[in-house]
Write a protein that binds this ligand. Structure first.
Ligand SMILES: [Zn+2]
Length: 305
């Protein structure tokens, strides 16, 4: 095919939308079934170059429901095949947060695949014995150095690149370093037939190196966690700013609307927190981002490159 198919399996940040315990103004609309909002599962993307081998970017806690909703990822039975099979041949992690890794537990049952991640993320996964359900004789864990390309099953060439962020919440100390840049938080670039797709679900800032990478991409999925840096405080849903959580906001000084303005690529916000008013069709915030040329990811969104 020489092409890349990408399917957004989930477009929400950790907690999903609506979040199980939240009645913020945006979740309230979802609980009421208001047609201006669509529920979304936690962030993940599936990609394939040949339609047979699929790669997951992050394994969300909602993975089982995401697979059920996505026929391309269903197991197929051929005449001489084992009844156990899956088109999912690889998982690439951008970090070791719960919402990036918990879905690995769904992928147990002795199904071979390769788990690609940086040394930092592999070590966080290895430190949790529950992930040993992915037996090493079946699931290969491959450590990937940032900024070096590697070939995924099915022929997609990928590269992990460091993005300012922070370590997973459960590994934070009392005073975590924010906007640090190492293998604990990375983005993924996928190349097929001269096309470049970037998946950056968490970014605390846009560095010059990241800006260069964004400029040459054809399509960018970018951190849309919060519209405003103080959104969780204002809505009473939390005490942390976006910066404290390792996410640059969309709007305001240092926001992604400004940082990614003027790019030629198709730009799509994903990893959207349930408090974010861009989830509401017709909201002033949604109108502002769409007027700036952005799209808003939804579960099941399919892109061909
Ligand atoms: Zn909410």
């Amino acid at each position: 095919m020489g092409q890349l198919t990408a399917i957004i399996l989930g477009a929400a940040a950790g907690g999903g939308f609506p979040q199980w315990n939240c009645f913020c103004p945006v979740c309230g609309l979802a609980w009421a079934g208001d047609p201006r909002v669509k529920p979304r599962t936690q962030s993940s993307l599936a990609a394939s170059a040949d339609g047979r081998h699929w790669v997951l970017l992050n394994a969300s806690p909602d993975l089982r429901a995401q697979l059920q909703a996505t026929p391309a990822l269903h197991p197929k039975q051929g005449p001489k095949q084992s009844p156990r099979d899956s088109p999912i041949t690889a998982v690439v992690l951008t970090g070791a947060e719960v919402d990036q890794t918990a879905g690995l537990l769904t992928l147990r049952e002795r199904q071979p695949f390769v788990l690609y991640a940086t040394a930092e993320t592999q070590s966080a996964v290895a430190a949790n014995p529950m992930f040993n359900v992915l037996s090493p004789d079946v699931v290969t864990r491959q450590t990937i150095a940032a900024h070096k390309s590697f070939t995924l099953p099915g022929g997609i060439v990928g590269e992990l690149f460091t993005v300012p962020g922070k370590v997973p919440l459960y590994l934070e100390n009392d005073n975590p370093e924010l906007a640090r840049e190492d293998g604990a938080n990375v983005g993924v670039e996928l190349f097929v037939g001269g096309n470049r797709l970037l998946y950056v679900p968490g970014a605390a800032a846009v560095t010059p190196a990241l800006a260069t990478r964004l400029k040459r991409a054809n399509i960018i999925f970018f951190d849309g966690t919060l519209f405003a840096d103080d959104e969780m405080i204002v809505t009473g849903t939390g005490t942390k700013t976006g910066r404290r959580m390792g996410h640059m906001s969309i709007d305001g000084e240092g926001g992604s609307l400004t940082a990614l303005a003027g790019l030629a690529a198709r730009r799509i916000y994903t990893h959207i927190n349930n408090t974010n008013p861009i989830l509401v069709d017709g909201s002033p915030e949604r109108r502002k981002v769409t007027a700036a040329g952005w799209e808003i990811a939804e579960d099941g969104m399919r892109i061909e490159l």
